[in-house]
Write a protein that binds this ligand. Sequence first.
Ligand code: SF4
Length: 399
Amino acid sequence: MTRSDPDSCPGVLRLHQAADGPLARIRVPGGRLSPEQLQTLAAAAVDLSDGHIELTSRGNVQFRQVRDAAALTDRLTAAGLLPSATHERIRNIIASPLSGRVGGWTDVHPLVPALDEGLRAHPRLADLPGRVLFTLDDGRGDVSGLGGDIGVHALDEHTYALLLAGNDTGVRVSAADAVELMLATAHGFLDIRDGQWRLHEIPDGPGRVTEHLLSNHPGLDATGAPVEITARQDIPIGWLNQDDDRVALGAGVRLGSLPARTAEFIAAIERPVFLTPWRSLVITDLEEWAAEQVVRVLAPMGLLFDANSPWLQVSACAGRPGCAKSLTDVRADAAAAVESGRVIPTAATQSAQEGLDAEEIVAAGRQHWSGCDRRCGRPRGPVTDIIATPDGYRITPAE
Ligand code: SF4
């Protein structure tokens, strides 16, 4: 596939004109937010947008109905959330959220700032499409299956597999060299692309980039035993015992939309927070007593600490009024389905149906609601599609 247009991914300096007003997307490499940064986002959401922080499937955040882009730029810059005007849209880096705290072979989070700084240090890499995704998986397999373009996947404490377009290349690299190899791979992608936005769009893209790397790095080979990569669905939710005897709390966010007031309370805990690619977050480094207090205060505000909550089965695209293509307000319809008990958390058998009114929908298991056939924001893996059509909703069961 060859593309003639540049990608249209929004940033802070290039807003998307959505149907309900300007939309800004803020990159959060590795999903990591300091309490101060989260407080900055909460205040900006109230002062400059619609009062919510939208979580994206890349662990970034979005503001809708932005009223003053210049003021937003100033605030984000001061908080360290916009460190580059030229490279802002390419800082799409997902890392295993629990890495270094709960399980995993190694801690990938120290690689995140190194990769981010490396990307920003190369002027040419500003030419990467905003769609390109980097993944850093600590070996548990939670982010390698998310369809990244360039990734590393820990095989033990010291060794990573290089993944291209979500598949193992057979190339192995030490932790010390992982970031440099990812940067070299990004250059290789630019060398071979012909307008394409993603590596998988290039005919034999992964193979050609691998060849490019091997010819330029004499010490490399591609002989590692293949690692199978799958899209896992176990979102970290609830009480998680950290390896250092502290506690992390995984918190689901209803339809990925975090009210600014709730974000202020989370910031006030004064602990690092990680946004996940499952539109949830993880509050880390808590003492047990503090974790109990956090659940007591934030659960009534709507954060989800129960892994069995039906809200965790449901995602939805922007729908109306945010998207002009949408045939209906899918988020309201999805929320009504949850609140009226029509989302069945267990994976009961789901039949294909069409021509349904919203109130008729009863759906089981993981499901994504879309306002049209494009299915924006659909999670990877087995997901039932509930799609608005001119003749009512159509349900297509997960395969
Ligand atoms: S799936 Fe359709 S309606 Fe929903 S956000 Fe995408 S384009 Fe808009």
